[in-house]
Design a protein around this ligand. Structure first.
Ligand code: PLP
Ligand code: COI
Length: 336
């Protein structure tokens, strides 16, 4: 495969296959690979009208030993099931879901970036209601597709710290709403603030809790964390997506001797962190250089706008496990 691997952005590149399973008559069909990039469905499909849709994101890596492995695919299967449960969709079995991820990566092996390029193969499972309804009710039929695309860094900054804007004028998720699941609707709700951020030169916005604007929620399409005096602190909230990357970083932080706190994080703490960052499958670990709050006119600056030492250590340790440069101590990497 001849791609400019070192300069890939985070976008869609056509690959050879995607894999699909249909939920019909109460059962999932045997997953099948296809070259078709399109979907034909009923115009009254519930995903189109009532947002009955959820997705996942994960990556496959070509390791230093040449072996292709997926990072913690079972966690994606479990989270997809929790999204499906909340949105009243059919729940894909964990084994089938993981098998689909592995099969589609295998079928598109030539698109898995070479080791050493820093790129990876992004895996995007998507589940949606295809059955027709006009009343607001769950569909009777669903389609689960897993496609892949080779990607580079999510932020053009790469591992260079990003500038973040606080947006108090828009919420991505309601306090008791869908923030804890990966519903497409959350992302639709984030587009306005993301665009405002981009127009002002901020690659990401920081959301405060929707009810009181007192606590930190999410950092764009990634979790937020702060590090202070040897403590890794990250928000716990019903409107924050349980990030697989963050869960892994918490394990690695503890391994490095940091104390880990997952709890509501007060806005006022923003001024106390030595380091701050955002983390997620796409974002990996992106240090935050500064956070601007237009309401107060204050800019919080972290480590003089350079990556902090703990952020660097965590980033390198996670990447080393993903690219099989260091032992997979926790059994996170799944070979195909
Ligand atoms: N929060 C949001 C809103 C996200 O879209 C993502 C990306 O998946 C994350 C957090 C990070 O989750 P994960 O590490 O599982 O990719
Ligand atoms: C991911 O990190 O997988 C995401 O979902 C982020 C974004 C591309 C939606």
């Amino acid at each position: 495969m001849d791609l400019d691997w070192k300069n890939l952005s985070f976008g869609y590149i056509k690959t050879d296959y995607n894999i699909r399973s249909y939920f019909r008559d109460g059962a999932w069909t045997t997953p099948e690979l296809t070259t078709d990039e399109t979907v034909t469905m009923h115009m009254a499909a519930t995903c189109l009208h009532y947002g009955q849709e959820a997705f996942e994101g994960q990556k496959a890596f070509r390791g230093a030993d040449g072996v292709i492995r997926i990072f913690r695919p079972e966690e994606n299967a479990k989270r997809m099931r929790s999204s499906a449960e909340y949105l009243k969709m059919a729940l894909p079995p964990v084994d089938m879901f993981v098998d689909m991820m592995k099969r589609v990566v295998k079928a598109n092996e030539r698109f898995v970036p070479p080791y050493g390029t820093g790129a990876s193969l992004y895996i995007r499972p998507v589940l949606f209601g295809t059955g027709p309804q006009v009343g607001v009710k769950p569909a009777g039929e669903y389609l689960l597709i897993v496609f892949v695309t080779p990607v580079g860094p999510y932020y053009k900054e790469g591992f260079n710290p990003i500038k973040v804007l606080i947006d108090r004028d828009h919420d991505r998720a309601a306090p008791l709403g869908t923030g804890h699941v990966k519903a497409g609707g959350n992302y639709a709700a984030s587009l306005t603030s993301a665009e405002i951020g981009h127009e002002k030169g901020y690659p990401s916005v920081l959301y405060l809790d929707a009810k009181e604007k007192k606590h930190i929620d999410e950092c764009g399409a990634a979790n937020f964390f702060g590090i202070r005096d040897g403590v890794y602190i990250t928000p716990k909230s019903h409107s924050v997506l349980p990030s697989i990357t963050n869960m892994s970083l918490m394990t690695l932080a503890a391994e490095m001797g940091l104390k880990v706190e997952q709890r509501p994080v007060d806005y006022d703490e923003l001024g106390t962190f030595d380091e701050a960052g955002s983390c997620g499958t796409a974002a990996v670990l992106s240090p935050i250089g500064s956070i601007y709050d237009p309401q107060t006119g204050h800019t919080f600056v972290y480590n003089d706008g350079k990556p902090g030492k703990w952020s660097e250590k965590l980033y390198h340790r996670l990447r080393a496990i993903q690219y099989a440069e260091e032992p997979d101590t926790y059994g996170w990497m799944a070979a195909l």
